[in-house]
Design a protein around this ligand. Structure first.
Ligand code: SAM
Ligand code: SF4
Ligand code: SF4
Length: 351
């Protein structure tokens, strides 16, 4: 590993990337780019219908960053150490011609480019995304029980169409496909073992996510969270698991391998075992605000900087200033004190 900790580079590597650290010594490694705040699902834990109804004021098109603006931010971030970009939303496949953006970002050297989707449009888009240069994909799927899944996405969307999307992604060469499931107590927790059974030994790697208190609209209660340890225990009872060492600093999922060689699963324990000390992520909202924490109250307005005529060096300087002032560690502080804080919605900031 090179002095900047870049994977696969020897210590002697003359690294062109500067070492930018925040106030807690964390480098900037990942950028999540939300390309739209709109979604064709109304997942109960993310965009409940009562809040995101027909007359919800989504962002007008002129307020969204253009693909060229996103590319400029991505290039500046890559120059400061970002190695991985995840395109997200809202539902990113709803952004028209998103594969054009994929193509533009795929040309930035040394970046791992991935995308998170609900899978609804994936069957028709997977090949175009792969051809444009997407490296990997994550598909969100909370249950294999059709009735439970239709209830959780709350638009009556069937499981089989998401499964068709996963198959199309695998066929297009986007392997391994990660499948993310948010587990909510009393809603889909009884389906965890069935999901493990279905995805074992396939090209898909299942990752269970603890239900988080993002935003204000999902009515989060600690009682609704199924701790990652409980999820692992449920699967281990049927298919014994062994822990896997993390692949790199800042890996959010803790990984477990089936003892019988059936592949692995991941669990993301953002509530019960926060990982702020290794958090290397920045998030760019669809309207160009940069957030240094999923639970941040304020974003930094990069669109104003971009549209104000900043040069590439000025843009990089702005990013440096924002990251070096960062001291966020919300999940470690999660308490009565932080409970009532204003927060942004997951569908806006992109998860
Ligand atoms: N629409 C895309 C999708 O669902 O994959 C991308 C955006 S979505 C906000 C990104 C991820 O955030 C999804 O995997 C979703 O399940 C997760 N998510 C949303 N709300 C959550 C919550 N309250 N707790 C945990 N994960 C959540
Ligand atoms: Fe849409 Fe994704 Fe949020 Fe579900 S989790 S409502 S699919 S943005
Ligand atoms: Fe990172 Fe904020 Fe999540 Fe902590 S709470 S892991 S700082 S995004």
């Amino acid at each position: 590993m090179c002095p900047n900790g870049i994977r696969g580079k020897p210590l002697s590597y003359a690294c062109p990337v500067e070492r930018l650290l925040d106030r807690l010594g964390r480098p900037i490694r990942d950028l999540r780019v939300s390309v739209t705040d709109r979604c064709n699902f109304r997942c109960v834990y993310c965009m409940p219908k009562e809040v995101f109804g027909r007359d919800h004021p989504f962002l007008p098109r002129a307020e969204l960053l253009t693909f060229e603006e996103i590319e400029r931010v991505a290039r500046a971030a890559a120059g400061l150490g970002v190695e991985k970009i995840r395109i997200t939303g809202g539902e990113p496949l709803l952004r028209r011609d998103v594969e054009t953006l994929v193509g533009m970002l795929a040309r930035i050297p040394g970046l791992d480019l991935t995308l998170t989707t609900n899978g609804a449009l994936l069957a028709q888009k997977a090949q175009a995304l792969r051809d444009a240069g997407l490296d990997r994909i994550t598909v969100s799927l909370d249950s294999l029980d059709d009735e439970v899944f239709r209830g959780m996405n709350d638009v009556d969307f069937p499981v089989e169409r998401v499964l068709a999307g996963i198959d199309a992604a695998l066929a297009a060469g986007l392997a391994p496909v990660k499948v993310n499931a948010v587990v909510k107590r009393g809603v889909n927790d009884d389906g965890v073992a069935a999901m493990a059974r279905a995805f074992r030994g396939t090209g898909a790697v299942l990752r269970f996510i603890e239900y988080m208190d993002v935003g204000h609209s999902n009515g989060w209660r600690l009682d609704d969270v199924v701790p990652a340890a409980e999820i692992v225990a449920a699967i281990d009872a049927e298919y014994p698991l062994d822990p896997v060492e993390p692949g790199y600093r800042g890996e959010v999922a803790s990984r477990w391998r089936y003892r019988d060689g059936g592949g692995e699963i991941g669990v993301i324990s953002s509530v019960t075992q926060p990982f702020c000390r290794d958090c290397t992520r920045a998030r760019l909202s669809a309207d160009g605000k940069l957030y240094t924490c999923l639970f941040a109250v304020h974003g930094h307005d990069l669109r104003a900087v971009l549209r104000g005529g900043a040069s590439d060096e000025e843009l990089a300087e702005t990013l440096r200033g924002i990251w070096s002032a960062r001291a966020d560690r919300y999940s470690e502080l999660r308490s009565a004190e932080t409970e009532g804080l204003a927060k942004v919605e997951m569908s806006y900031i992109g998860g």
